[in-house]
Design a protein around this ligand. Structure first.
Ligand code: F6R
Length: 639
């Protein structure tokens, strides 16, 4: 669906074109990449303008995942275009406390790794709160940090990310508008979000040093970056909500030169994006009509066929009725659309009229690729559909894109290594693995052998799960895409090698259907990279004959579900099928009972999957359709 975008120019921050819901100037860009380049250009211009005037440029800098691409672009400009940082004085927002500079989790390490080591900023001009200041000196240290910023002339530009608590810097809920640099206790949610980088929440420091809200608001220009669906709720609350110390980022509403840069995911909850008919007149294409009708039905808790003209008129949708004539016809059209998305035949129903079905009837026996970013997404997100595809006689191949090795705990790996050692006491490899696991410190990355073992554990689990669903051994494929193989949560960039591996398997199977994870809320970004690998591969292969007959379906489920209005194929499950899916997920034992990378949802994966599938079925029922036990949902991707 086309999202209605603001068309204001990026730099014209003074010329707001706010909607009546929005209190902070913001622009929506197509991707974090595009937005980051715009921001890097603004920073570069500021540095150059200051240089021409013989002045220093005082930058407030952030860490975390949000600014990484801005820093990459600044480095590129330095290397390719000669952008110099010799007149830059930088002040970082925050640092964990206590924290050694050399620690790979420190913001000191982060800034050098992602920016300072690659540009010509003078070391004496870099300021990052020191996580090793003694407790006794901490108070004075913070006052001095604040003074250093003032003495440098104040911040010309402050770059920000936003935490899910609404923090900016580490100003957690409760922070005062006038607060200065100080030490602070981190919110639990912030620590959960940081847990993967620290390999578990128990290793995340409880405290930090942060610039205050007052420090940030004193900056002449502020740009906040918000990327991805995980930030959508807090972004909406910050831009549209009341100013409150409970969401410290809302204080930015009072700053007169702030811009938020949002990608589509982060902007998805804004009123003007989510329910544009409440903001202005709309061009009602079929998708928008469907979205609006589903929204109205959910809002009023009424099945679609019971919506009245009055319901439409009272809820900002009179324009739609003018186009459509009456609620009666519109309701029927939209009800039919929803009904047609339901099918128990995800591979197409043989010998049936398929004009109103989500999939083609022919060929009757399809070749199907189910892409699974990690070795468990297949059964978690589409175990029921996978089961049906196999049972209905299609040639199904499950293709695991990454090894998923970092998500296996050391204890789990040790258990298997000890079993292996009892079977073969002399194996040098097994001895090395046991030694590595037993002597590993917090900072160490797993040895290659340990990584291999962890990968093998996940492969065996994946094999067991799909074997249980009846998939032949020969149809299970492990790609182990190289971008993933770093041994840490920081991955390499997608490369030609990854894409060629993808091309090869697709070219070999010549599928009629590809299922892929469109679940972009995955906190570590692996799903997104895996999806990009598929897109890149489709680009290469799209001219091949067999690709002309290939449909791509995107599933979600492990982290997030499609909105009802987005679903184009809903596959119902009986109570028995729900149980079968649950058992298949249980084979992924290394991912049960408190997994390493839980994300921000404390439920186990099988519980999340079941809850979501049940909720989808309930939503269909509430909209007026038959009552199913559970449903898996898909959206078609047109390439
Ligand atoms: C980092 C900082 C934090 C982050 C925020 C978002 O210096 O001050 O406020 O900007 O936690 O983190 P990411 O960007 O990792 O989502």
């Amino acid at each position: 669906m086309k999202i209605i975008k603001k068309t204001i120019q990026y730099q014209k921050a003074g010329k707001f074109e706010e909607t009546r819901y929005e209190k902070i100037h913001n622009i929506i860009v197509d991707s974090a990449q595009e937005g980051s380049i715009l921001v890097a250009q603004e920073i570069a211009k500021l540095i150059k303008d200051k240089k021409e005037k013989g002045e220093n440029c005082i930058l407030g800098l952030a860490t975390g995942s949000s600014p990484i691409k801005v820093y990459e672009e600044l480095i590129r400009m330095h290397q390719d275009e000669g952008l110099s940082f010799t007149n830059v004085i930088s002040f970082n927002l925050d640092e964990y406390y206590p924290m050694e500079k050399e620690d790979i989790q420190s913001y000191h390490y982060f800034m050098h790794e992602h920016l300072f080591n690659h540009i010509d900023i003078l070391p004496e001009n870099v300021h990052i709160p020191d996580g090793k200041v003694s407790k006794d000196d901490l108070h004075q240290y913070c006052i001095d940090y604040e003074l250093q910023i003032k003495n440098a002339g104040g911040l010309d530009f402050q770059l920000l990310g936003i935490g899910r608590t609404g923090h900016i810097g580490f100003n957690e809920p409760g922070s005062h508008i006038n607060s200065g640099t100080r030490s602070i206790t981190l919110d639990y949610i912030t620590r959960v979000d940081a847990a993967p980088a620290f390999r578990g929440i128990m290793n995340v420091p409880r405290r930090a040093i942060t610039m205050g809200i007052g420090t940030v608001l004193a900056a002449k220009r502020i740009v906040l970056l918000s990327w991805g669906i995980n930030k959508a709720e807090i972004t909406k609350e910050t831009i549209e909500g009341k100013i409150s110390s409970q969401v410290p980022a809302t204080y930015l509403q009072g700053h007169n030169n702030t811009t938020f840069i949002l990608d589509e995911g982060a902007s998805s909850q804004l009123t003007r994006v989510k329910t544009p008919w409440l903001v202005s007149s709309c061009i009602w294409d079929n998708n928008l009509k469907f979205k609006a009708v589903v929204w109205l039905s959910e809002l009023l808790d009424k099945p679609i066929l019971r919506l009245t003209d009055k319901d439409y008129n009272n809820n900002g949708m009179s324009g739609l009725l003018i186009d459509e004539g009456s609620a009666y016809d519109l309701n029927i059209q939209m009800f039919n659309r929803l009904q047609h998305s339901i099918t128990g035949w995800p591979g197409g129903k043989p010998n049936a009229d398929d004009s109103n079905r989500p999939e083609r009837a022919n060929p009757i026996r399809k070749r199907v690729i189910v892409l699974s970013p990690h070795p468990d997404d297949d059964v978690i997100s589409m175990g029921g559909t996978l089961d049906r595809l196999i049972e209905q006689g299609h040639e199904v191949h499950v293709v695991y894109q990454t090894s998923g090795n970092i998500a296996v705990t050391d204890q789990e790996a040790l258990k298997f290594a000890e079993i292996a050692s009892q079977l073969n006491e002399d194996s040098g490899t097994v001895k090395e693995i046991i030694n590595n696991l037993k002597n590993k410190t917090k900072k160490d990355i797993d040895s290659q052998n340990v990584r291999n073992l962890k990968g093998i554990i996940r492969q065996s689990e994946a094999r067991a799960a799909v074997r249980y669903l009846g998939l032949p051994e020969a149809n299970i494929h492990f790609l182990q895409l190289p971008f993933y193989e770093t041994g840490s949560i920081k991955k390499k960039k997608l490369s030609q090698d990854d894409i060629e591996i993808m091309n090869e398997i697709i070219d070999k199977i010549k599928p009629h259907q590809i299922y892929a994870a469109g679940d972009l809320a995955d906190p570590h970004g692996t799903h997104e990279v895996c999806l990009n690998a598929l897109f890149a591969s489709l680009e290469v292969l799209k001219h091949k004959d067999y690709m002309k007959d290939c449909w791509v379906w995107l599933y979600r489920g492990a982290w997030h579900e499609w909105g009802t209005y987005e679903i184009e194929m809903a596959v119902p499950m009986s109570p028995d099928q729900v149980m079968k899916k649950r058992r298949a997920i249980f084979y992924h034992q290394s991912q049960k009972d408190g997994v390493m990378y839980q994300g921000n949802d404390s439920r186990e994966f099988w519980v999340r999957a079941e809850d979501r599938n049940r909720l989808t079925a309930k939503k269909y029922h509430d909209l007026g359709l038959a009552e199913y036990e559970a449903m898996e949902a898909f959206r078609r991707y047109h390439f």
